[in-house]
Design a binder for this molecule. Sequence first.
Ligand code: GLN
Length: 305
Amino acid sequence: MENYKTIIEDIYYDLKNVDDIGEVANYIPELAFVSPNSFGVNITTIDKENFGIGDFDQKFSIQSISKILSLTLAYKLEGENLWNRVDVEPSGNPFNSLLQLETNLGKPRNPFINSGAIVICDVLLSHLKNPKVDFLNFCKEIANNTTLNYNEKVAQSEKKSGYRNAALCNFIKSFGNIKNDVDEVLDFYFHICSIEMSCKELSQIALYLADDFYTTHKGNRVLTMSQAKRINAIMITCGFYDESGEFAFKVGLPGKSGVGGGIVAIHPDKYCITVWSPKLNQNGNSYKGMLFLEKFTSKTTSSIF
Ligand code: GLN
């Protein structure tokens, strides 16, 4: 940890005042109120050692990073049948694209683009009695953290402006790959995206993907080893939309980004690291977050390749 800590501090101060060419997401109006120069980093090792710097303790909108958690629960509940509903191939397209759905007959390319995550929400709705409560309880148990919550303002803001997601959901339903009511699926999707966590909370909740032997404080396993391996595989191939290749190339870890400016990256058997910096590059990924992680894995020589 001492080694990681010094390197994180060095890179953090190097990048803190670097000119950030990114822009804060504003297509969800409520997200535009974030303080644009926030910058935080946190690492949790599989021995549960923890180190954070900057705004690592401040909660932010995790947005698409929540797609890891919704996929995890859907995979637990549905097992291998899940892959009949959503594929595991990179899309090479923006996160909110409608393009491939027509030729792929309503089967999304992967669970980390919006179309795939919307199908995952539909699967969860079919299994859960009180979807929003049950999903949040699932997250609270994995993280051993009762403070986790949806941000109702962000969820409602996205609901009002979520024309593309509504289009995706309706389009997929026309192929029969959405079983529940479209409005219910979208409401659930927008709430899941609105969950807030700090870098510290995020690096703790995702630890089950780094640690093969992870059990929750109640003694439950989150996933089998093989399931965790598969989710890591989808993260490295699809976690950054049409920039997934670039992230694997430069950082070399499974990871997932969100338009709130967060990134979580996993080093299997070692650690989970999170960065938050809200200004995004053209692909909707945190500009400084990508830069930070590239420097971090280079200086610690700790990528998986
Ligand atoms: N809620 C966002 C959306 O659906 C999530 C996108 C993201 O974080 N990439 O547009």
